[in-house]
Design a protein around this ligand. Sequence first.
Ligand SMILES: *Cc1c(COP(=O)(O)O)cnc(C)c1O
Length: 459
Amino acid sequence: MKTDKNIPYKIYLSEDEMPKAWYNVRADMKNKPAPLLNPGTGKPLQAEELYPIFCEELVKQELDNDTAFIEIPEEIRQCYKTFRPSPLVRAYFLEEALGTPAKIYYKYEGNNTSGSHKLNSAMAQAYYAKKQGLKGVTTETGAGQWGTALSMACSLFGLDCKVYMVKVSYEQKPFRREVMRTYGASVTPSPSMETEIGKKILAEHPGTTGSLGCAISEAVEAATTHEGYRYVLGSVLNQVLLHQSIIGLEAKTALDKLGVKPDIIIGCAGGGSNLGGLISPFMGQKLRGEADYRFIAVEPASCPSFTRGKFAYDFCDTGKVCPLAKMYTLGSGFIPAPNHAGGLRYHGMSSILSQLYHDGYMEATSVCQTDVFKAAEQFARVEGILPAPESSHAIRVAIDEALKCKETGEEKTILFGLTGTGYFDMFAYEKFHNGEMTDYIPTDEELAASFATLPVVEE
Ligand SMILES: *Cc1c(COP(=O)(O)O)cnc(C)c1O
């Protein structure tokens, strides 16, 4: 096998080299992401209006468009050390299998019990909730990774954790549910009869398998109707991208040490947090005119927010209790076909990434799930790691880009985010192996019906 003698297979930073501050890419954006709006008044939300829903420190981070570096509190840095730094891997085996001149790196975030990057933000959010003296937090989870990460973080900080889990995942992923309960969380399938909004959604769509949008509405209602509880969210929000910048900061420090500059940076995009976190420091350079990169967001063809959505103000949840965010969206009423990448089934997208995409700083592409699983299997067989279906969207496009290099002979350097493991996704792999996996792509008519429900907002 051909290897670069200066570049090891796995590159780890030392604890001392780990970032001491998160990087806030908004500070370097000329066009800031549009503000959240109060759904009642249509006016930008003030911090005080968000305090009943979110922890105060997290609200400050959410609204801070100007501070480039925000210190990571010492307690969070200690917690990070239990599972970080995460390895940057040079995919020598994959490069050889593909016969490509491209150099491929991936940043692997699956080396913790929750199995994904979500623990980076869960630790931070649980810490701030505890520091505020709260009893507990409520949240939603799709595939279960966020709920698992949050239940781990809450058990560490001694907080109660109440999770509304999208019903289809609750049924497909009983093991994730049990991991959450092991860490002390209570888990309810959503939509449920526990909340007013859940009852309403069930009355309107009997037999629905749920969606992230529904589960968010239920979790927000539960937080605002219980004393000492706040709502936390594992993706989409600016604060989550901020916490996830640790992925990109570590990756960039490691690559800088090796003298390597990536040409293309690829990540899967559900709500945009891992992608936003991975690209942030590189995007900062691009925004400041210091370096150029190609950034590619990869989404499922069944839930194509960037590639077929509209850039508009929309509700973040199906029940329309959350603030309005300006983002690429399929409409808050959009319920995607049950795709096996549960973590990518959200109708909207981070406002930060939406603005950057709108302004031409990044690209997006969509892929079908059978092609994604082909890439997942090819990757597993040579690199050893069993990837999550979500992460495999990035693998698919990294392989495709490497194969283009094979045609043109270009030695491009590709970096992609490998967000998690697929240990709890074996039903999906089973469907794939049995040839029972299908690719559902929404029709233009279905999307048009969903767009018709977008709120009318004067800007
Ligand atoms: C949640 C999740 C995603 C998608 O969420 P983002 O906020 O877009 O990063 C991707 N991969 C894994 C493994 C996940 O758990």
